[in-house]
Structure formats: structure tokens, C-alpha cells
Design a protein. Structure first.
Length: 216
């Protein structure tokens, strides 16, 4: 049966976080198709992975017999994350927008799994693996909106996940999530509600379609 790697990075719980809620719907639909499958779950907000250190970086370019104890420990932590990526038949990432970009915890996870000569380079080890990103945001940064130029989530993740890791990237974008909480955005509540409904519908449909495709 297929293995799903599920990464959550929102600092808020599911009842508040749109990225967690929509990703949870995707996972539930996935598990319906794969009741005996495996889910590797990491909540990197609750249990952050280490940010890249000099030891973790230089260990990748040092032969194992010459690594210092600190390098060996740091590199082993990276390898564990990389192996989870490589084991996955599909990947699900909750990526809320914080200050126009991804959470620092998600950036740290990406920094750990990007390893030239293994996950990155001419033949990335996870190349072609489908990844679904739930990229929620409090406003709208879609083409044509006033803040279009402040979109640094989709373009960044497209470059890293597809351009560097060779993954097959798909996005679900629940937007205007602050509309119910900010009086100044009250006129946008209907658009928020439509975006939320669409996001859950996409999560359900995409999860089922992907599970069926991988199971064929």
C-alpha cells in the first residue's frame, strides 16, 4: 500500500488553521482509499526540525570516516528526514503564509532534505513524487490583486519542490482566511467562504484521484 508523508507547519491548531484543516481533509480522503496504508506525519510547528548548522552542512561533503561526532549526529538527523521523503509515494504539506513567505520551520525542513547528489542534482532521489501543498493565506495574492507582488510562497515552493527536488507539485490555495476575523475585510467574507469550500472540495477530490492513480 502507498505511503503518504504529511507535513504540517502552522502554529495554530486545526480548528483555527486553514492549512491544517484542509490538509486534514486531504489526509482523511487518502486514508479512506488506503486504510492499510502508511502515513508518516511530522508536525514541525510542535516539534521543529533543527535549522541547518555548519556541522550538518559540511558533513554532507565529508567522508563518513572523517566526520566529527557533531557532524555525524547532525547528518544522521538530515538522513532521517531524507529517507522519509524517499519512502513516500505522495507528499502533503501544509504551508500557511507568514509575513509573505513560508514558516521558518518549513524552510528548515526543506534545508535539511535538499542534499546535492542525492535529493537534488541531475537525478533527484524522489523525482516525480506527487506533492500537494495547502498554501493558505490571510488575504489574496492572486494575479491582478493589489498584493500580487508580495506572493513569495507559491513561487518559492514551485522553485524548490519542482525545480530543485524534481517533485510533481500541485497547490490548493485557501485565501482570505482573515476575512471573518477582521472588520475591515468583512465585505470579503463571501469570497473567503467560497475559497474555503473550493479548497475542501479540491482536497477531497485530489486525494482520491491521487490515491486511485497510485493504486492502479
Amino acid at each position: 500500500m502507498a505511503t503518504l508523508l504529511h507535513i504540517d507547519s502552522s502554529v495554530f491548531p486545526t480548528g483555527v488553521s486553514s492549512s491544517r484543516s484542509v490538509a486534514g481533509a486531504f489526509r482523511s480522503a487518502w486514508e479512506e482509499q488506503h486504510p492499510e496504508g502508511t502515513v508518516i506525519y511530522r508536525d514541525i510547528a510542535a516539534a521543529p526540525v533543527p535549522h541547518i548548522t555548519a556541522d550538518a552542512h559540511t558533513a554532507a561533503f565529508t567522508t563518513p570516516s572523517e566526520r566529527t561526532p557533531k557532524q555525524a549526529v547532525a547528518f544522521a538527523a538530515r538522513v532521517q528526514l531524507i529517507e522519509e521523503l524517499e519512502q513516500a509515494d505522495a507528499i502533503l504539506i501544509g504551508a500557511p503564509m507568514y509575513n509573505f513567505t513560508v514558516p521558518s520551520t518549513l524552510k528548515a525542513w526543506l534545508d535539511n532534505i535538499i542534499l546535492p547528489g542525492r535529493t537534488a542534482g541531475e537525478m533527484p532521489s524522489a523525482q516525480g513524487t506527487p506533492v500537494t501543498v495547502v498554501a493558505s493565506r490571510g488575504g489574496s495574492y492572486a494575479p491582478g490583486t493589489p498584493r500580487e507582488d508580495y506572493e513569495f510562497v507559491l513561487n518559492y515552493l514551485e522553485a524548490v519542490l519542482k525545480g530543485t527536488l524534481g517533485l510533481d507539485v500541485d497547490f490548493i490555495v485557501p485565501e482570505l482566511t482573515m476575512a471573518p476575523r477582521k472588520e475591515a475585510m468583512s465585505d470579503l467574507v463571501p469570497l473567503y467562504e467560497a475559497s474555503r469550500r473550493r479548497a475542501f472540495e479540491e482536497a477531497n477530490t485530489k486525494a482520491k484521484e491521487l490515491a486511485q492513480r497510485l493504486g492502479a
